[in-house]
Design a protein around this ligand. Sequence first.
Ligand SMILES: C[S@@+](CC[C@H](N)C(=O)[O-])C[C@H]1O[C@@H](n2cnc3c(N)ncnc32)[C@H](O)[C@@H]1O
Length: 200
Amino acid sequence: MLILSEACERNKGPILEVLRTEFAASRSVLEVGSGTGQHAVHFAAHLPHLAWQPSEQDEQLAPLAERIRLEGTSNVRSPITLDVRDHPWQVARVDAVFSANTLHIMAWSAVRAFVRGVAGVLTAPGVLCVYGPFRFQGQYTSDSNAQFDRWLKARDPLSGIRDFEALEALARAQGLVFAADHPMPANNRTLVWRRAPAGA
Ligand SMILES: C[S@@+](CC[C@H](N)C(=O)[O-])C[C@H]1O[C@@H](n2cnc3c(N)ncnc32)[C@H](O)[C@@H]1O
């Protein structure tokens, strides 16, 4: 039986509306930490101009592959193994990267590796969209996010809601330019960085 994430069912519609704009000129997307694959199949079905490459850590790959096999449209590729800590990432270059609800799960050292990895695979021009909860200027955007962060840290002290400014500094150091902050339902955001065309 396929695993179903209720959160994915709720957030896939609003995220799709953002990706319609942000990935309008993109052709090839690498998704990092695809989880159940619900996002991959939904976005690929509604954005047929994209070739969507899901990925996961090795131990999570089998259920993801099963959903893609059963529900994926022809523009979703078979998922590949990718741990963001791999260096360099063994993936084809893409002009877009998407990741949802991953950066607060992985350790900060892995977040650094994520940004380094994205910079290594993203063409110029290229776009990075990251969905999830974030803090801004050291503040949570809601009490529920503060509570969620306490829950995350009790489970894994290395995890936690990330500070936008720290993430932005990592991205800037890798040549990515912050482009948009889309407020999303349930106190989440979709953050967007772009790599300018070569020579621009
Ligand atoms: C909360 S789940 C989100 C899954 C899916 N993107 C979603 O929105 O439902 C967090 C995901 O981050 C992935 N993840 C955690 N550490 C990772 C790492 N080092 N490399 C790649 N993915 C990682 C996990 O495997 C898991 O699928």
